[in-house]
Design a protein around this ligand. Structure first.
Ligand SMILES: [Fe+2]
Ligand SMILES: [Fe+2]
Length: 474
């Protein structure tokens, strides 16, 4: 169980280590300062129907109640330790899992933890203005739930930095509160976390695509030989599932509403669809293309010696590492990657160890494709002849083998001029964004009411009805 009588709720027996407790209690007001500045706009007095973990067990989400977000009990929750756990891959395979940081991997592990930790407050910053244009009270409650949990994910990484990395760790923990998404001088570390999330379609796409990158990164880190990292990631994954749910169902509901209107009025022309105040499927496809491509970049270079080292040294595994049936060392194996040569994309086998970023990206793409197929079903069931597609892996990429090339959604290598001419067939144009935002100029917060451009969800949160008062504004 989690101890909520402590100033910092935790299940790591924090009170036993006075120095660590003091350091974290010192960081806590800085975190609160960040939340007041960069957390959801104008929300500090709202009472929000939120879930709070009462234990790290699968049924530990029993606690739902009204909470003012600044009073949310952010804390430190690790999955219980498995005394028999081993390092499961790489050159240390078979050793007992590490309870302390091996000296030779200290700076690498710190970098991995900081990079993960940096994404958590970044997404809160990206989403901070969306409350004022929410399509319903239900959705407003959901974005706040996502925001407080991203805040908790930051706590998870900051605990590791404080507990295991001494002074360097404490400095990194402060820097995590100092960077700002999109800031010219002190931006967040990764590209996708500096892109704005200006509207709710972008928010749902972000939580579907980019939070799922979070899931895959956490899954790879949950395999780590450094046991405390593994244990914290396992608990973070239980929180991440809700974020992806919000994204997937959000897009589903937008598609559903658009299809309803198209059918009712027997129209297909996007201009006519827009005139009825819903988002045309072509614009949804362009948003999908954008969020998919910028998220693919988060996996890093297709061929990477860093990725090989992380794996060989037992720091970061593959997706579902222990379920894979091979030697978990990969000294002989190969893996295909793609390269642009002239005006062709060619496949090339490289040592599997160096292609681990690409492999994780491919695992991710497989799961994404399933989700997009579920969206497609909504369109098919409405009998509308429109196909949502995933663009080619090389489309609109800024990192790895496709960076610097112009690849169409179909995988054609284009000249810079041809790309410029056609890019807004595939990516949202300023006019698309302006249209989407024109639907979201105010918030819809009457209980049970939903904006015209989105269908209601199938059910409420925690078995509450759709017209439940999920947020009290005071
Ligand atoms: Fe997160
Ligand atoms: Fe998340």
């Amino acid at each position: 169980m989690i101890d909520y009588t402590e100033k910092i709720p935790n299940n790591v027996d924090l009170g036993r280590d006075r120095g660590l407790q003091r350091a974290l209690e010192h960081w806590q007001p800085a975190y609160m300062g960040w939340w007041y500045d960069m957390g959801p706009n104008e929300s500090h007095n709202y009472e929000v129907y939120l879930r709070t973990a009462i234990s790290v067990e699968p049924d530990g989400w029993a606690q739902f109640d009204y909470v003012k977000m600044p009073e949310y009990r952010w804390g430190i929750f690790l999955q219980p330790r498995d005394e028999k756990r081993e390092v499961n891959f790489g050159i240390h395979k078979g050793q007992p899992a590490w309870q302390e940081v091996p000296g030779e991997y200290r700076s690498t592990l710190r970098r991995v933890i900081v990079t993960q930790g940096d994404t958590e407050p970044a997404s809160v910053e990206q989403q901070r203005l969306l409350g004022s244009s929410c399509p319903s009270m239900y959705d407003l409650r959901n974005i706040f739930q996502v925001n407080v949990e991203e805040g908790r994910h930051l706590w998870a990484m900051v605990y590791l930095l404080h507990r295991y990395f001494g002074r360097d760790g404490r400095e990194e923990a402060e820097a995590l509160l100092a960077r700002r998404s999109g800031d010219a001088d002190n931006p967040r570390i990764l590209g996708a976390f500096n892109e704005p999330t200006p509207d709710w379609l972008a928010f749902y796409m972000f939580t579907f695509f980019t939070d799922r990158d979070g899931k895959f990164q956490l899954c790879a880190l949950a395999e780590s030989g450094f046991d405390p990292l593994s244990r914290t990631c396992r608990f973070m994954l239980t929180e991440e599932a809700h974020h992806m749910f919000v994204g997937e169902t959000g897009v589903t509901r937008i598609i559903k509403r658009t299809c309803e209107v198209m059918k009712e009025h027997k129209i297909e022309d996007p201009a006519q669809v827009r005139a009825l105040g819903v988002i045309d499927l072509q614009t949804i496809q362009r948003y999908l293309n954008f969020h998919y491509s910028v998220t693919l970049d988060l996996y890093g270079s297709d061929v990477s010696s860093n990725a090989a080292n992380y794996f060989t040294n037992g720091l970061k595994g593959r997706f579902r590492e222990t379920k894979l049936e091979d030697d978990h060392v990969l000294s002989e194996a190969e893996y295909p990657v793609y390269e642009v040569i002239g005006d062709k994309i060619v496949k090339k086998n490289v040592p599997a160890l160096t292609a681990l970023n690409e492999r994780l990206r491919d695992d991710y793409i497989e799961e994404i494709a399933d989700g997009v197929a579920r969206w497609q079903r909504v369109i098919d069931e409405a009998g509308i002849p429109f196909k949502l597609t995933l663009p080619h892996k090389g489309f609109h990429r800024a990192i790895g083998n496709f960076a610097g090339h112009h690849i169409s959604v179909n995988g054609d290598v284009l000249t810079a001029e041809a790309w410029e001419k056609r890019k807004h067939e595939w990516l949202p144009s300023p006019a698309d964004e302006k249209f989407v935002q024109s639907l979201m100029t105010g918030r819809v917060v009457e209980p049970g009411k939903f904006a015209n451009w989105i269908a209601p969800p199938l059910r409420g949160i925690n078995s509450k009805p759709l017209d439940f008062e999920y947020v009290r504004f005071n």
